[in-house]
Design a protein around this ligand. Structure first.
Ligand SMILES: CC(=O)/C=C/C=C(C)/C=C/C1=C(C)CCCC1(C)C
Ligand SMILES: CC(/C=C/C=O)=C\C=C\C=O
Ligand SMILES: [Fe+2]
Length: 552
Protein backbone atom coordinates (compact mmCIF):
# COMPACT_ATOMS: atom_id res chain seq x y z
CA UNK A 1 0.00 0.00 0.00
CA UNK A 2 1.33 3.38 -0.84
CA UNK A 3 1.60 5.84 1.98
CA UNK A 4 -0.71 8.78 1.91
CA UNK A 5 0.42 12.11 3.19
CA UNK A 6 -2.15 14.41 4.71
CA UNK A 7 -1.28 18.05 5.03
CA UNK A 8 -4.54 19.49 6.15
CA UNK A 9 -5.77 22.81 7.42
CA UNK A 10 -2.39 24.45 7.23
CA UNK A 11 -2.48 28.23 7.63
CA UNK A 12 -2.15 30.40 4.55
CA UNK A 13 1.45 31.17 5.36
CA UNK A 14 2.70 28.47 7.64
CA UNK A 15 5.45 29.17 10.20
CA UNK A 16 8.85 29.57 8.58
CA UNK A 17 11.91 27.70 9.64
CA UNK A 18 15.39 27.41 8.25
CA UNK A 19 15.56 24.99 5.47
CA UNK A 20 16.27 21.54 6.74
CA UNK A 21 16.32 19.84 3.41
CA UNK A 22 19.33 19.44 1.25
CA UNK A 23 19.89 21.89 -1.55
CA UNK A 24 22.13 19.83 -3.75
CA UNK A 25 24.89 22.09 -5.10
CA UNK A 26 24.39 20.90 -8.63
CA UNK A 27 24.97 24.25 -10.26
CA UNK A 28 27.91 26.68 -10.11
CA UNK A 29 27.75 28.68 -6.85
CA UNK A 30 28.18 31.99 -8.70
CA UNK A 31 24.93 31.28 -10.40
CA UNK A 32 22.96 30.45 -7.28
CA UNK A 33 20.24 32.86 -6.24
CA UNK A 34 19.46 30.88 -3.15
CA UNK A 35 20.38 33.50 -0.58
CA UNK A 36 19.91 32.61 3.05
CA UNK A 37 16.61 34.41 3.11
CA UNK A 38 15.35 32.64 0.06
CA UNK A 39 16.59 29.31 1.32
CA UNK A 40 14.00 29.51 4.07
CA UNK A 41 11.56 26.78 3.45
CA UNK A 42 8.05 26.94 4.67
CA UNK A 43 7.16 23.70 6.31
CA UNK A 44 3.56 22.74 6.59
CA UNK A 45 2.89 22.24 10.26
CA UNK A 46 1.05 18.98 9.92
CA UNK A 47 3.48 17.23 7.61
CA UNK A 48 3.53 13.56 8.57
CA UNK A 49 5.51 11.66 6.02
CA UNK A 50 5.32 8.45 8.00
CA UNK A 51 1.57 8.55 8.41
CA UNK A 52 -0.28 5.28 8.03
CA UNK A 53 -1.95 4.56 4.72
CA UNK A 54 -5.37 6.11 4.40
CA UNK A 55 -6.88 3.26 2.48
CA UNK A 56 -6.36 -0.37 1.82
CA UNK A 57 -7.72 -0.85 -1.72
CA UNK A 58 -5.73 -2.49 -4.42
CA UNK A 59 -2.76 -0.22 -4.65
CA UNK A 60 -0.59 -3.24 -4.09
CA UNK A 61 3.06 -2.91 -3.47
CA UNK A 62 5.11 -1.45 -0.70
CA UNK A 63 6.67 1.80 -1.74
CA UNK A 64 8.99 4.39 -0.39
CA UNK A 65 7.42 6.95 1.91
CA UNK A 66 6.58 9.37 -0.89
CA UNK A 67 6.45 8.91 -4.58
CA UNK A 68 4.68 10.34 -7.59
CA UNK A 69 1.59 8.26 -6.89
CA UNK A 70 1.44 8.90 -3.15
CA UNK A 71 -1.65 10.83 -2.10
CA UNK A 72 -0.91 14.22 -0.63
CA UNK A 73 -3.93 16.02 0.73
CA UNK A 74 -3.09 19.68 1.03
CA UNK A 75 -5.94 21.99 1.97
CA UNK A 76 -3.72 25.03 1.64
CA UNK A 77 -0.03 25.83 1.66
CA UNK A 78 1.84 28.91 0.49
CA UNK A 79 5.41 30.00 1.01
CA UNK A 80 8.75 31.13 -0.36
CA UNK A 81 10.72 28.58 -2.31
CA UNK A 82 14.50 28.45 -2.49
CA UNK A 83 15.98 28.72 -5.96
CA UNK A 84 18.99 26.75 -7.12
CA UNK A 85 20.53 28.10 -10.29
CA UNK A 86 19.61 31.18 -12.31
CA UNK A 87 16.13 32.17 -13.31
CA UNK A 88 16.20 34.07 -16.61
CA UNK A 89 15.65 37.80 -15.95
CA UNK A 90 12.57 37.77 -18.15
CA UNK A 91 10.82 34.90 -16.39
CA UNK A 92 8.12 36.84 -14.54
CA UNK A 93 4.84 35.11 -14.01
CA UNK A 94 3.02 32.16 -12.59
CA UNK A 95 3.08 28.51 -13.55
CA UNK A 96 0.12 26.47 -12.31
CA UNK A 97 -0.18 22.72 -12.64
CA UNK A 98 -3.32 20.65 -12.19
CA UNK A 99 -3.57 16.92 -11.60
CA UNK A 100 -4.96 14.18 -9.42
CA UNK A 101 -2.94 14.41 -6.20
CA UNK A 102 -5.20 12.57 -3.80
CA UNK A 103 -6.08 8.95 -4.54
CA UNK A 104 -7.23 7.93 -1.05
CA UNK A 105 -10.21 9.15 0.91
CA UNK A 106 -11.31 7.62 4.18
CA UNK A 107 -10.96 3.87 3.78
CA UNK A 108 -11.24 4.10 0.02
CA UNK A 109 -8.22 3.82 -2.26
CA UNK A 110 -8.78 4.70 -5.90
CA UNK A 111 -7.73 2.27 -8.62
CA UNK A 112 -6.60 4.50 -11.50
CA UNK A 113 -4.31 7.49 -11.89
CA UNK A 114 -7.16 9.47 -13.49
CA UNK A 115 -9.40 9.07 -10.42
CA UNK A 116 -7.54 11.29 -7.95
CA UNK A 117 -8.99 14.51 -6.56
CA UNK A 118 -7.74 17.62 -8.31
CA UNK A 119 -4.67 19.21 -6.78
CA UNK A 120 -3.15 22.51 -7.86
CA UNK A 121 0.50 23.45 -7.50
CA UNK A 122 1.64 26.99 -8.24
CA UNK A 123 5.12 28.46 -8.65
CA UNK A 124 5.41 32.20 -9.19
CA UNK A 125 8.75 33.28 -10.60
CA UNK A 126 10.44 36.67 -10.54
CA UNK A 127 13.67 36.36 -12.49
CA UNK A 128 16.68 38.62 -12.69
CA UNK A 129 18.68 40.39 -9.94
CA UNK A 130 16.19 40.08 -7.11
CA UNK A 131 15.09 36.64 -8.22
CA UNK A 132 12.38 35.11 -6.08
CA UNK A 133 10.04 32.16 -6.22
CA UNK A 134 6.93 31.52 -4.19
CA UNK A 135 4.82 28.43 -4.22
CA UNK A 136 1.37 27.19 -3.30
CA UNK A 137 -0.42 23.86 -3.17
CA UNK A 138 -4.13 23.33 -2.67
CA UNK A 139 -6.97 20.89 -3.34
CA UNK A 140 -9.77 22.00 -5.65
CA UNK A 141 -13.00 22.02 -3.71
CA UNK A 142 -15.24 20.29 -6.20
CA UNK A 143 -18.55 18.84 -5.13
CA UNK A 144 -17.01 15.38 -5.63
CA UNK A 145 -14.08 16.20 -3.33
CA UNK A 146 -16.16 17.82 -0.60
CA UNK A 147 -18.69 14.98 -0.58
CA UNK A 148 -15.94 12.35 -0.48
CA UNK A 149 -14.15 14.01 2.42
CA UNK A 150 -17.41 14.44 4.32
CA UNK A 151 -18.54 10.83 3.78
CA UNK A 152 -15.11 9.19 3.88
CA UNK A 153 -15.65 7.61 0.45
CA UNK A 154 -16.25 8.73 -3.14
CA UNK A 155 -19.87 9.55 -3.80
CA UNK A 156 -19.77 10.43 -7.51
CA UNK A 157 -18.57 8.38 -10.47
CA UNK A 158 -14.89 8.95 -11.25
CA UNK A 159 -12.88 7.65 -14.22
CA UNK A 160 -12.60 4.07 -12.95
CA UNK A 161 -14.91 4.16 -9.97
CA UNK A 162 -18.67 3.63 -9.90
CA UNK A 163 -20.33 4.07 -6.50
CA UNK A 164 -22.23 0.98 -5.35
CA UNK A 165 -25.93 0.96 -6.29
CA UNK A 166 -28.36 2.07 -3.62
CA UNK A 167 -30.00 -0.62 -1.52
CA UNK A 168 -33.56 0.65 -1.35
CA UNK A 169 -35.86 0.79 -4.34
CA UNK A 170 -36.50 4.48 -3.79
CA UNK A 171 -32.80 5.28 -3.76
CA UNK A 172 -32.31 3.07 -6.84
CA UNK A 173 -34.75 5.36 -8.62
CA UNK A 174 -32.58 8.27 -7.46
CA UNK A 175 -29.53 6.48 -8.93
CA UNK A 176 -31.30 6.17 -12.26
CA UNK A 177 -32.14 9.86 -12.32
CA UNK A 178 -28.49 10.60 -11.48
CA UNK A 179 -27.33 8.48 -14.41
CA UNK A 180 -29.72 9.96 -16.93
CA UNK A 181 -29.14 13.57 -15.91
CA UNK A 182 -25.39 13.21 -15.38
CA UNK A 183 -25.75 14.25 -11.72
CA UNK A 184 -24.02 11.00 -10.70
CA UNK A 185 -20.87 11.92 -12.61
CA UNK A 186 -17.87 13.58 -11.07
CA UNK A 187 -17.12 17.29 -11.27
CA UNK A 188 -13.54 16.62 -10.11
CA UNK A 189 -11.61 18.89 -12.51
CA UNK A 190 -8.25 17.11 -12.37
CA UNK A 191 -6.90 17.41 -15.93
CA UNK A 192 -6.17 20.85 -17.35
CA UNK A 193 -5.81 24.42 -16.09
CA UNK A 194 -6.42 27.19 -18.61
CA UNK A 195 -6.23 30.97 -18.44
CA UNK A 196 -9.21 32.19 -20.47
CA UNK A 197 -8.75 35.26 -22.68
CA UNK A 198 -10.67 37.40 -20.17
CA UNK A 199 -8.42 36.69 -17.17
CA UNK A 200 -10.53 33.95 -15.60
CA UNK A 201 -8.75 30.65 -14.95
CA UNK A 202 -10.61 27.40 -15.56
CA UNK A 203 -9.78 23.86 -14.41
CA UNK A 204 -11.59 20.93 -15.95
CA UNK A 205 -11.77 17.32 -16.92
CA UNK A 206 -14.06 15.43 -19.27
CA UNK A 207 -17.46 15.83 -17.64
CA UNK A 208 -19.13 19.11 -18.59
CA UNK A 209 -19.97 19.82 -14.98
CA UNK A 210 -16.27 19.68 -14.08
CA UNK A 211 -15.55 23.17 -15.48
CA UNK A 212 -14.50 25.15 -12.40
CA UNK A 213 -12.97 28.61 -11.93
CA UNK A 214 -10.04 29.11 -9.59
CA UNK A 215 -8.15 32.10 -8.24
CA UNK A 216 -4.63 31.85 -9.72
CA UNK A 217 -3.00 33.57 -6.71
CA UNK A 218 -4.60 31.79 -3.79
CA UNK A 219 -5.61 28.69 -5.79
CA UNK A 220 -8.99 29.01 -4.11
CA UNK A 221 -11.94 27.37 -5.86
CA UNK A 222 -14.10 30.25 -7.03
CA UNK A 223 -16.98 28.07 -8.20
CA UNK A 224 -18.54 26.15 -11.04
CA UNK A 225 -18.24 27.72 -14.50
CA UNK A 226 -21.87 27.94 -15.61
CA UNK A 227 -22.41 27.66 -19.35
CA UNK A 228 -25.36 29.90 -20.12
CA UNK A 229 -26.23 28.15 -23.39
CA UNK A 230 -28.58 25.19 -23.53
CA UNK A 231 -26.25 22.79 -25.28
CA UNK A 232 -26.46 20.21 -22.52
CA UNK A 233 -24.47 17.03 -22.86
CA UNK A 234 -22.51 15.28 -20.14
CA UNK A 235 -19.12 15.10 -21.73
CA UNK A 236 -16.51 17.46 -23.16
CA UNK A 237 -12.89 17.43 -24.23
CA UNK A 238 -10.49 17.89 -21.30
CA UNK A 239 -8.38 20.09 -23.58
CA UNK A 240 -10.29 23.01 -25.04
CA UNK A 241 -8.14 25.16 -27.29
CA UNK A 242 -7.97 28.58 -25.76
CA UNK A 243 -6.56 31.77 -27.26
CA UNK A 244 -6.84 35.42 -26.22
CA UNK A 245 -10.12 35.68 -28.09
CA UNK A 246 -11.85 32.31 -27.95
CA UNK A 247 -12.35 28.90 -26.40
CA UNK A 248 -12.96 26.03 -28.82
CA UNK A 249 -14.09 22.64 -27.68
CA UNK A 250 -15.83 19.44 -28.74
CA UNK A 251 -18.93 17.98 -27.12
CA UNK A 252 -19.35 14.27 -27.89
CA UNK A 253 -22.98 13.34 -28.59
CA UNK A 254 -23.49 9.94 -27.00
CA UNK A 255 -27.10 9.55 -28.16
CA UNK A 256 -26.71 10.31 -31.86
CA UNK A 257 -22.98 9.47 -32.26
CA UNK A 258 -21.15 12.59 -33.30
CA UNK A 259 -19.48 15.71 -31.97
CA UNK A 260 -20.59 19.30 -31.68
CA UNK A 261 -17.77 21.72 -32.42
CA UNK A 262 -18.41 24.79 -30.28
CA UNK A 263 -16.85 28.20 -29.72
CA UNK A 264 -17.13 30.56 -26.76
CA UNK A 265 -15.82 34.11 -27.02
CA UNK A 266 -13.51 35.42 -24.34
CA UNK A 267 -15.60 37.12 -21.66
CA UNK A 268 -18.68 35.03 -22.42
CA UNK A 269 -20.18 31.92 -20.79
CA UNK A 270 -22.15 31.00 -23.87
CA UNK A 271 -20.92 28.34 -26.27
CA UNK A 272 -22.14 28.59 -29.83
CA UNK A 273 -22.23 25.69 -32.24
CA UNK A 274 -19.89 25.94 -35.22
CA UNK A 275 -21.01 22.62 -36.68
CA UNK A 276 -21.56 18.95 -36.10
CA UNK A 277 -19.52 15.96 -37.19
CA UNK A 278 -21.27 12.60 -37.46
CA UNK A 279 -19.28 9.57 -36.38
CA UNK A 280 -18.52 7.02 -39.09
CA UNK A 281 -18.05 4.05 -36.79
CA UNK A 282 -20.30 3.00 -33.95
CA UNK A 283 -22.00 2.33 -31.73
CA UNK A 284 -20.86 5.53 -30.01
CA UNK A 285 -18.25 8.28 -30.43
CA UNK A 286 -14.59 7.50 -29.92
CA UNK A 287 -13.05 8.69 -26.64
CA UNK A 288 -12.05 12.26 -27.08
CA UNK A 289 -9.65 13.58 -24.44
CA UNK A 290 -8.08 16.15 -26.75
CA UNK A 291 -8.18 17.28 -30.38
CA UNK A 292 -6.27 19.58 -32.72
CA UNK A 293 -6.80 22.73 -34.76
CA UNK A 294 -5.13 24.37 -37.72
CA UNK A 295 -5.57 28.03 -38.63
CA UNK A 296 -8.72 27.25 -40.67
CA UNK A 297 -9.90 23.87 -39.40
CA UNK A 298 -10.89 21.85 -36.36
CA UNK A 299 -9.73 18.22 -36.50
CA UNK A 300 -12.08 15.72 -34.85
CA UNK A 301 -10.54 12.30 -34.13
CA UNK A 302 -12.63 9.13 -33.96
CA UNK A 303 -10.75 6.17 -32.54
CA UNK A 304 -11.93 2.63 -31.75
CA UNK A 305 -11.85 3.19 -27.98
CA UNK A 306 -15.50 4.26 -27.73
CA UNK A 307 -17.73 5.54 -24.93
CA UNK A 308 -19.70 2.61 -23.52
CA UNK A 309 -23.37 3.56 -23.39
CA UNK A 310 -24.08 0.46 -21.31
CA UNK A 311 -21.54 1.52 -18.71
CA UNK A 312 -22.89 5.05 -18.59
CA UNK A 313 -26.49 3.94 -18.25
CA UNK A 314 -25.96 1.18 -15.72
CA UNK A 315 -23.07 2.61 -13.72
CA UNK A 316 -21.13 -0.59 -14.25
CA UNK A 317 -17.59 -0.64 -15.52
CA UNK A 318 -16.88 -1.54 -19.14
CA UNK A 319 -13.64 -3.35 -20.13
CA UNK A 320 -11.91 0.05 -20.23
CA UNK A 321 -13.92 1.73 -17.44
CA UNK A 322 -16.29 4.01 -19.38
CA UNK A 323 -15.07 2.71 -22.74
CA UNK A 324 -15.14 -0.32 -25.03
CA UNK A 325 -12.38 -1.21 -27.45
CA UNK A 326 -14.15 -1.81 -30.78
CA UNK A 327 -11.43 -2.32 -33.40
CA UNK A 328 -13.92 -3.43 -36.05
CA UNK A 329 -15.62 -0.03 -35.84
CA UNK A 330 -12.66 1.61 -37.59
CA UNK A 331 -10.65 4.80 -37.05
CA UNK A 332 -11.43 8.11 -38.74
CA UNK A 333 -10.35 11.72 -38.84
CA UNK A 334 -12.79 14.52 -39.64
CA UNK A 335 -11.86 18.07 -40.60
CA UNK A 336 -14.32 20.91 -40.10
CA UNK A 337 -13.94 24.42 -41.43
CA UNK A 338 -14.04 26.84 -38.49
CA UNK A 339 -15.74 29.63 -40.39
CA UNK A 340 -18.46 27.63 -42.20
CA UNK A 341 -19.00 24.64 -39.92
CA UNK A 342 -18.78 22.38 -42.99
CA UNK A 343 -16.96 19.04 -42.80
CA UNK A 344 -14.35 19.32 -45.56
CA UNK A 345 -12.78 15.90 -45.08
CA UNK A 346 -13.76 12.68 -43.35
CA UNK A 347 -11.28 9.89 -43.93
CA UNK A 348 -10.61 6.42 -42.66
CA UNK A 349 -7.16 6.07 -41.11
CA UNK A 350 -5.15 3.15 -39.71
CA UNK A 351 -6.17 2.13 -36.18
CA UNK A 352 -4.84 4.53 -33.56
CA UNK A 353 -4.94 5.19 -29.85
CA UNK A 354 -4.11 8.75 -28.77
CA UNK A 355 -4.90 10.60 -25.58
CA UNK A 356 -3.04 13.80 -26.48
CA UNK A 357 -2.82 15.62 -29.80
CA UNK A 358 0.30 17.71 -30.25
CA UNK A 359 -0.49 20.13 -33.08
CA UNK A 360 -1.83 20.31 -36.64
CA UNK A 361 -1.26 22.46 -39.70
CA UNK A 362 -2.34 22.91 -43.30
CA UNK A 363 -0.23 21.95 -46.29
CA UNK A 364 -1.17 23.76 -49.46
CA UNK A 365 -0.45 23.01 -53.10
CA UNK A 366 -1.48 20.23 -55.45
CA UNK A 367 -1.68 17.75 -52.61
CA UNK A 368 -3.43 19.96 -50.06
CA UNK A 369 -3.71 18.17 -46.74
CA UNK A 370 -4.02 18.65 -43.03
CA UNK A 371 -1.13 17.23 -41.01
CA UNK A 372 -1.97 16.19 -37.46
CA UNK A 373 0.51 14.99 -34.85
CA UNK A 374 -0.29 13.05 -31.70
CA UNK A 375 1.25 10.88 -28.99
CA UNK A 376 0.23 7.57 -30.50
CA UNK A 377 0.15 4.25 -28.67
CA UNK A 378 0.32 1.94 -31.71
CA UNK A 379 -3.43 1.48 -31.85
CA UNK A 380 -3.39 -0.29 -28.48
CA UNK A 381 -5.54 0.76 -25.52
CA UNK A 382 -3.16 -1.05 -23.10
CA UNK A 383 -1.83 2.35 -22.02
CA UNK A 384 -5.05 2.86 -20.03
CA UNK A 385 -4.28 -0.23 -17.93
CA UNK A 386 -0.66 0.86 -17.51
CA UNK A 387 -1.95 3.83 -15.55
CA UNK A 388 -3.59 1.71 -12.84
CA UNK A 389 -2.11 2.86 -9.52
CA UNK A 390 -1.12 -0.62 -8.30
CA UNK A 391 0.99 -1.06 -11.44
CA UNK A 392 2.52 2.38 -11.15
CA UNK A 393 3.47 1.61 -7.55
CA UNK A 394 4.58 -2.01 -7.81
CA UNK A 395 6.27 -2.13 -11.22
CA UNK A 396 8.74 0.69 -10.85
CA UNK A 397 11.95 -0.16 -12.67
CA UNK A 398 10.21 -2.86 -14.72
CA UNK A 399 10.09 -2.27 -18.45
CA UNK A 400 6.32 -2.38 -18.83
CA UNK A 401 5.56 1.01 -20.37
CA UNK A 402 3.94 0.25 -23.73
CA UNK A 403 5.67 1.71 -26.76
CA UNK A 404 4.48 5.03 -28.09
CA UNK A 405 5.52 7.32 -30.92
CA UNK A 406 4.84 10.67 -32.52
CA UNK A 407 2.07 9.63 -34.89
CA UNK A 408 1.65 11.90 -37.91
CA UNK A 409 -1.63 11.82 -39.81
CA UNK A 410 -1.93 13.23 -43.31
CA UNK A 411 -5.54 13.97 -44.19
CA UNK A 412 -6.01 14.75 -47.88
CA UNK A 413 -8.40 17.60 -48.68
CA UNK A 414 -9.21 16.37 -52.22
CA UNK A 415 -12.03 14.04 -51.25
CA UNK A 416 -9.89 10.87 -51.05
CA UNK A 417 -11.42 8.37 -48.64
CA UNK A 418 -8.24 7.43 -46.76
CA UNK A 419 -5.69 9.25 -44.63
CA UNK A 420 -2.20 8.12 -43.72
CA UNK A 421 -0.55 7.56 -40.36
CA UNK A 422 3.23 7.44 -40.13
CA UNK A 423 5.87 7.65 -37.40
CA UNK A 424 7.32 11.17 -37.40
CA UNK A 425 10.72 10.20 -35.96
CA UNK A 426 12.50 7.06 -34.81
CA UNK A 427 10.84 6.26 -31.46
CA UNK A 428 14.21 5.07 -30.11
CA UNK A 429 15.09 8.79 -29.99
CA UNK A 430 12.68 9.15 -27.06
CA UNK A 431 12.95 5.67 -25.54
CA UNK A 432 9.69 4.54 -27.16
CA UNK A 433 7.73 6.53 -24.56
CA UNK A 434 5.72 9.55 -25.66
CA UNK A 435 2.94 11.51 -23.98
CA UNK A 436 2.09 14.73 -22.10
CA UNK A 437 3.12 17.14 -24.83
CA UNK A 438 3.32 20.90 -25.33
CA UNK A 439 4.45 23.26 -28.07
CA UNK A 440 5.26 26.94 -28.37
CA UNK A 441 1.69 28.36 -28.32
CA UNK A 442 2.66 30.84 -31.05
CA UNK A 443 2.84 27.81 -33.39
CA UNK A 444 -0.65 26.55 -32.58
CA UNK A 445 -2.26 25.37 -35.79
CA UNK A 446 0.80 26.29 -37.87
CA UNK A 447 3.77 24.45 -39.27
CA UNK A 448 6.13 23.90 -36.36
CA UNK A 449 9.40 22.22 -35.55
CA UNK A 450 9.58 21.47 -31.83
CA UNK A 451 7.43 19.53 -29.42
CA UNK A 452 8.15 18.90 -25.74
CA UNK A 453 6.87 15.72 -24.12
CA UNK A 454 7.59 13.02 -21.57
CA UNK A 455 9.60 10.17 -22.99
CA UNK A 456 11.20 7.07 -21.51
CA UNK A 457 14.58 5.99 -20.18
CA UNK A 458 14.04 2.26 -20.01
CA UNK A 459 13.47 0.12 -18.06
CA UNK A 460 10.45 2.03 -16.76
CA UNK A 461 6.74 1.65 -16.13
CA UNK A 462 5.86 5.32 -16.69
CA UNK A 463 7.36 8.13 -18.78
CA UNK A 464 10.40 9.38 -16.84
CA UNK A 465 12.17 11.87 -19.10
CA UNK A 466 11.51 15.34 -20.40
CA UNK A 467 12.12 15.28 -24.11
CA UNK A 468 12.50 17.93 -26.77
CA UNK A 469 11.55 16.59 -30.18
CA UNK A 470 12.95 18.19 -33.31
CA UNK A 471 10.52 17.21 -36.07
CA UNK A 472 12.76 18.60 -38.81
CA UNK A 473 16.07 17.00 -37.81
CA UNK A 474 14.13 13.98 -36.45
CA UNK A 475 16.14 14.06 -33.23
CA UNK A 476 15.36 14.30 -29.53
CA UNK A 477 17.17 15.66 -26.47
CA UNK A 478 16.23 14.43 -23.02
CA UNK A 479 16.46 15.36 -19.35
CA UNK A 480 16.39 12.46 -16.92
CA UNK A 481 17.18 11.89 -13.27
CA UNK A 482 17.12 8.39 -11.79
CA UNK A 483 13.92 7.75 -9.81
CA UNK A 484 12.24 10.99 -10.84
CA UNK A 485 8.85 11.40 -12.45
CA UNK A 486 8.51 14.72 -14.27
CA UNK A 487 5.13 16.07 -15.34
CA UNK A 488 4.31 17.56 -18.75
CA UNK A 489 7.10 19.88 -19.96
CA UNK A 490 5.40 23.23 -20.47
CA UNK A 491 6.99 25.68 -22.90
CA UNK A 492 7.13 29.39 -21.95
CA UNK A 493 8.43 31.75 -24.64
CA UNK A 494 10.83 34.58 -23.87
CA UNK A 495 8.92 37.83 -24.47
CA UNK A 496 9.95 39.18 -27.86
CA UNK A 497 11.40 35.86 -29.01
CA UNK A 498 11.31 34.98 -32.68
CA UNK A 499 12.97 31.55 -32.63
CA UNK A 500 10.47 28.79 -31.95
CA UNK A 501 12.51 27.32 -29.08
CA UNK A 502 13.62 30.58 -27.46
CA UNK A 503 12.27 30.23 -23.95
CA UNK A 504 12.16 27.80 -21.07
CA UNK A 505 10.43 24.55 -20.32
CA UNK A 506 8.89 24.12 -16.86
CA UNK A 507 7.97 20.81 -15.26
CA UNK A 508 7.24 19.70 -11.72
CA UNK A 509 9.20 16.67 -10.64
CA UNK A 510 8.26 14.10 -8.01
CA UNK A 511 11.25 12.04 -6.98
CA UNK A 512 11.46 8.67 -5.27
CA UNK A 513 13.37 10.13 -2.35
CA UNK A 514 10.40 12.30 -1.45
CA UNK A 515 11.44 15.56 -3.11
CA UNK A 516 9.17 17.82 -5.10
CA UNK A 517 10.50 20.65 -7.22
CA UNK A 518 9.84 22.79 -10.24
CA UNK A 519 12.48 22.37 -12.88
CA UNK A 520 13.36 25.08 -15.39
CA UNK A 521 15.16 23.96 -18.55
CA UNK A 522 16.57 26.18 -21.28
CA UNK A 523 14.31 25.23 -24.17
CA UNK A 524 17.06 25.68 -26.75
CA UNK A 525 19.80 23.60 -25.16
CA UNK A 526 17.47 21.55 -22.97
CA UNK A 527 19.94 21.99 -20.09
CA UNK A 528 18.73 22.61 -16.55
CA UNK A 529 19.02 26.27 -15.54
CA UNK A 530 17.20 26.30 -12.22
CA UNK A 531 15.19 24.25 -9.81
CA UNK A 532 12.86 25.51 -7.13
CA UNK A 533 12.18 23.13 -4.28
CA UNK A 534 9.04 22.58 -2.27
CA UNK A 535 9.57 21.66 1.39
CA UNK A 536 7.87 18.31 0.85
CA UNK A 537 7.31 15.85 -1.98
CA UNK A 538 4.61 16.50 -4.52
CA UNK A 539 2.33 13.98 -6.17
CA UNK A 540 2.40 13.54 -9.94
CA UNK A 541 0.24 15.97 -11.91
CA UNK A 542 -0.93 16.36 -15.48
CA UNK A 543 -1.11 19.71 -17.24
CA UNK A 544 0.12 23.22 -16.61
CA UNK A 545 -0.34 26.79 -17.79
CA UNK A 546 1.55 30.07 -17.68
CA UNK A 547 0.15 33.43 -16.59
CA UNK A 548 2.59 36.27 -17.31
CA UNK A 549 3.01 38.84 -14.53
CA UNK A 550 1.30 42.13 -15.19
CA UNK A 551 3.58 45.22 -15.24
CA UNK A 552 4.06 46.65 -11.74
C1 LIG B 1 -7.53 12.86 -16.11
C2 LIG B 1 -7.83 12.37 -17.42
O1 LIG B 1 -6.96 12.35 -18.22
C3 LIG B 1 -9.13 11.89 -17.75
C4 LIG B 1 -10.16 11.91 -16.91
C5 LIG B 1 -11.40 11.44 -17.34
C6 LIG B 1 -12.51 11.38 -16.61
C7 LIG B 1 -12.57 11.86 -15.21
C8 LIG B 1 -13.67 10.81 -17.21
C9 LIG B 1 -14.86 10.67 -16.63
C10 LIG B 1 -16.04 10.05 -17.19
C11 LIG B 1 -16.95 9.60 -16.31
C12 LIG B 1 -16.80 9.74 -14.84
C13 LIG B 1 -18.16 8.90 -16.77
C14 LIG B 1 -18.59 9.37 -18.07
C15 LIG B 1 -17.57 9.22 -19.04
C16 LIG B 1 -16.26 9.94 -18.67
C17 LIG B 1 -16.33 11.31 -19.26
C18 LIG B 1 -15.22 9.11 -19.34
C1 LIG C 1 -0.54 10.50 -17.78
C2 LIG C 1 -1.23 10.34 -19.08
C3 LIG C 1 -2.42 11.05 -19.37
C4 LIG C 1 -2.89 12.07 -18.67
C5 LIG C 1 -4.08 12.78 -19.04
O1 LIG C 1 -4.17 13.97 -19.09
C6 LIG C 1 -0.75 9.56 -20.03
C7 LIG C 1 0.45 8.88 -19.94
C8 LIG C 1 0.82 8.08 -20.96
C9 LIG C 1 2.02 7.35 -20.89
O2 LIG C 1 2.79 7.23 -21.80
FE1 LIG D 1 -4.65 15.49 -20.79
Amino acid sequence: MATSLTLIATPCTAPRSSSSFALAPRLPPRCSNATAARRRAVRATTLQSDQEPAGSGDSGATTTKLSASTSVRQERWEGDLPIEGCLPPWLNGTYIRNGPGMWDVGEHAFHHLFDGYATLVRVSFRGGGGARATGAHRQIESEAYRAAVARGRPVLREFSHCPAPAKSLLHRFGDLVGLVTGAALTDNPNSAVLPLGDGRVMCLTETTKSSVLIDPDTLETVGRFRYTDRLGGMVQSAHPIVTDTEFLTLLPDLVRPGHLVVRMEAGSNERKVIGRVDCRGGPSPGWLHSFAVTEKYVVVPEMPLRYSSASLLTSELAPFYAFDWVPASGSYMHVMCKSTGKTVASVEVPPFMAIHFINAYEEEGDEAAVVVDCCEHYGDPAIIETLVLSRLRSLRGKDVLPNARVGRFRIPLDGSPFGELETALDPEEHGRGMDMCSINPARLGRKYRYAYACGARRPCNFPNTLTKIDLVEKKAKSWHEEGSVPSEPFFVARPGATDEDDGVVISIVSSDDGEGYALVLDATTFEEIARVRFPYGLPYGFHGCWIPATEE
